[in-house]
Unconditional design. Structure first.
Length: 131
């Protein structure tokens, strides 16, 4: 099950953070088809956000066809976003984890690592688009 973390200082709306974290869990295989999302009450208790915020996020996920609400039962994953190579035990993920450890050892913090990774990803996308 996914545990949502709300960063109030990020400037990103709480419902968007829930949507993004759910999509990431679907990509990483943490959430799989048939899994139940936490109830709005559970999310509110864990994050101290408004229940309507949770419901708004779940409606957005439902509109995207990723989850479905079942009256009286909860909200369940309907579709996965996982791709080969994203699983927790994949070689690509292990290589990335090792790279992250080297970046941390070099003194980079989360923001530095994210900036470096994003720049490299953008460079790769630009190179592929030029080809």
């Amino acid at each position: 099950m996914v545990e949502y973390q709300i960063d109030r200082s990020s400037g990103v709306a709480a419902y968007v953070q829930i949507v993004r974290q759910t999509e990431q869990a679907l990509r990483m295989g943490t959430l799989q088809v048939g899994d139940r999302l936490p109830t709005a009450k559970e999310v509110v208790e864990a994050t101290a956000i408004n229940p309507n915020t949770v419901l708004k996020a779940y409606r957005e996920l439902e509109r995207a066809g990723l989850v479905e609400a079942r009256r009286g039962l909860g909200t369940f994953v309907r579709r996965s976003l996982a791709r080969p190579g994203t699983e927790a035990d994949s070689p690509l993920r292990a290589e990335l984890a090792a790279w992250m450890a080297r970046a941390r050892a070099a003194g980079l913090d989360r923001a530095d690592i994210l900036a470096l990774f994003t720049a490299a990803l953008d460079d790769t996308n630009t190179t592929q688009e030029d080809a």
